[in-house]
Design a protein around this ligand. Structure first.
Ligand SMILES: [Zn+2]
Length: 196
């Protein structure tokens, strides 16, 4: 097990079982499975989103602890976390190693296919153009993010990937634990300024 895998599994140990009911997944003609939130109360949806975002924040802290810009992400499918990771551009020496792309890659392996039906992606920061592309390419039905990225966000900030009439349009929920997610980045850059 790599150090990265060890860090991820120790975070997941604490967040494996979500106390809030999961949404049903609805089949809209194979393989376009959506995440159907209609059976859940708004309160349930919010508490559940905050639960998983708290886990993503802890994954972001793992990134900060190894000197990476702190962004954490995970994918939930059928009430289970099937993929979790954090930004690894520096440590993995790879421009494509954003947290979201890493979890999309892992989720495809876990489900055994390129489509991610019935999955939800939680990420602390608004996805960039590449990761928004990954969401659309994998047909991920729902994305939940914490803070906006005014310089690179592609789900509403710089542009909105759901507004181009592409063949897949994920449902986006933004602003979940926004303050905490933003704080994670602010603290990281402040520490960096103090100890360059
Ligand atoms: Zn990205």
């Amino acid at each position: 097990m790599t150090d990265r895998e060890k860090m991820i599994s120790s975070v997941l140990e604490r967040w494996r079982s979500c106390p809030y009911p999961a949404p049903k997944t609805a089949r809209r003609g194979k393989p376009h499975t959506t995440v159907d939130l209609s059976g859940l109360s708004e309160e349930n949806i919010r508490l559940r989103d905050e639960f998983y975002m708290s886990c993503a924040i802890e994954l972001g802290r793992c990134a900060a602890s190894v000197g990476e810009i702190p962004v954490g992400a995970l994918i939930v499918c059928g009430g289970e976390i099937i993929a979790a990771d954090f930004n690894g551009r520096e440590t993995e020496k790879n421009a494509l190693y954003h947290a979201e792309c890493a979890v999309i890659d892992k989720a495809c392996r876990a489900l055994g296919g390129w489509r991610l039906p019935g999955c939800e992606l939680y990420v602390t920061l608004e996805p960039c153009i590449m990761c928004a592309g990954g969401v659309i390419s994998s047909r991920l039905p729902r994305v939940i993010f914490g803070s906006n990225d005014p310089k690179g966000g592609f789900f509403g900030s710089v542009a909105d990937a759901t507004a181009f009439g592409l063949n897949h349009k994920p449902v986006i929920t933004k602003g979940i634990l926004e303050r905490e997610c933003g704080e994670l980045l602010r603290e990281f850059f402040q520490r960096k300024r103090e100890n360059p």
